[in-house]
Unconditional design. Structure first.
Length: 137
């Protein structure tokens, strides 16, 4: 499996990219048909017992009439972490927790992605930069 597994190396080289736009997380009940594919603002779909969770742009949610209860910024950790890496999610979430910043993590094949409250974007980026600097040797 490709990707970095060394936690110290991942943290020492941590780079964060903020995606353009604002995002939200929507849950459509089992009686509501979800989008059939990604695109047009839909970034991720996840099947749950209670219905389909959609991560999409705030604009798409508003266009669809879906309730926007959470407005987030999308941060991408630009290290290619292995799906078998241990501790990266814990380190990131612990650092953000010390700043009282909630985070919702999505694991992609190449990168981890974090949704954080949009009004805390600058704080979250600064927090993760401080985490990186604390691991540079």
């Amino acid at each position: 499996m490709a990707g970095e597994t060394d936690l110290d190396k991942m943290l020492a080289t941590l780079a964060v990219k903020v995606r353009d736009g604002l995002f939200t997380v929507i849950s459509l009940g089992p009686d509501m048909p979800p989008p059939s594919s990604l695109g047009d603002g839909v970034q991720a779909l996840m099947a749950e017992d209670e219905g389909v969770t959609i991560i999409c742009s705030v604009k798409r949610a508003e266009d669809e009439g879906w309730p926007v209860d959470y407005v987030a910024s999308w941060l991408t950790l630009e290290i290619h972490s292995s799906l078998e890496a241990v501790g990266l999610t814990a380190a990131i979430s612990a650092a953000l927790a010390t700043e009282q910043i909630s985070c919702n993590v999505l694991a992609g094949y190449y990168h981890d992605h974090i949704l954080i409250p949009a009004d805390r974007t600058d704080d979250a980026v600064a927090c993760l930069e401080a985490l990186r600097l604390s691991h540079v040797v």
